[in-house]
Design a protein around this ligand. Sequence first.
Ligand SMILES: *Cc1c(COP(=O)(O)O)cnc(C)c1O
Length: 388
Amino acid sequence: MTSLDDFARRKLVALESESLRRSLHESVSVSGQRLERSGSGFVNFCSNDYLGLAQDPRLKAAAVAAVERYGAGGGASRLVTGNHPLYGELEHKIAALKGTEAALVFGSGYLANLGAIPALAGEGDFILADELSHACMISGARLSGALVETFRHNDAEHLRTLLLRHRGGARNCLILTEGVFSMDGDVSPLPDIVALGRDFDAWVMTDDAHGLGVIGEGRGSATHWGVSPDIQMGTLSKAVGCYGGYIAASRSVVDLLVNRARSLIYATALPPAVVGAAIAGIDIIAHDKALCAKPVANARAFAAALNLAQPQSSIVPLILGGAAAALAASNLLAEKGLMVSAIRPPTVPDGTARLRITFAADHSSNDVMRLADAVRVDVLPLMRDHSR
Ligand SMILES: *Cc1c(COP(=O)(O)O)cnc(C)c1O
């Protein structure tokens, strides 16, 4: 055994002993929110395909048409020869949906945050991020070289205190938060945060990976609140049913990112099929408000059945505490054909391992009530154990 293998095995044993080891399971998406794993069928309650568009015939047809017309691969960076005509169409439609001057599509949401944040902030600047911000915002912030501080989750007063303390000493200041928090499903107080940005001349950037297609009539958190953050990041990989990420902002910000965002400049363009399918997904979100209302309606029906607080998004967390308890709860639901994966640290803070349930437009009310019944019997008792 090489020292490298030895290193890897020791790390894995340590993870295993804390119920924190992760592994990949082959999952076959059969249709909508139905999936097969190891020969068994499940209703999927942990996908981010909130509108069921990943299996939509319109997206599949658009992908096939794009392959036929433009080929299988992007071939080069967008800055070289990879910028096939579908990109312009997609960016135009994203900007229209978001109500911004312009939009820029990246290889993924992760790459959008990783590229955009260091293009806008660097040494001498100050980044303030909500403490529950997604890993890729934090990665982008660290990569930027700016001074990074976190403010307490959704606490605008704490944000103000930190701005009072640090804003004067920094050249530029960037505030990072999520529109809908990915692991908690709550929404950030954007009117307060945008007002602080204005008062302190700090730029506000939202990650709306879980807002687009779900709140604000599908247009996301900015429309939900009626505010205009300076930079709105989002993904094409969740409600849009496809893959890729975007930044929606002013024309000058987008033009600067084209020149400065390393994850755009030094990575190959997305395959045409992906961009073509994303156009079809954005079109559906722009025109089908009734579809976009369904995930939250399903989440609310589930919560009402169990007397839980009314969700603000399509995400409902059930906090179990320990990683082993979260895994046990997930396994109990799996025995009933309900797939809800356990979310453990470091994805969530220590001691807050959970089931993260996501509701989609194509869950039937029967699916939702089956889950509510199973959670009542199998999961709520474990949560009471935790809270004692
Ligand atoms: C999923 C997610 C991302 C990353 O988007 P991808 O397109 O999957 O790379 C970024 N931010 C948040 C909050 C997310 O949940």
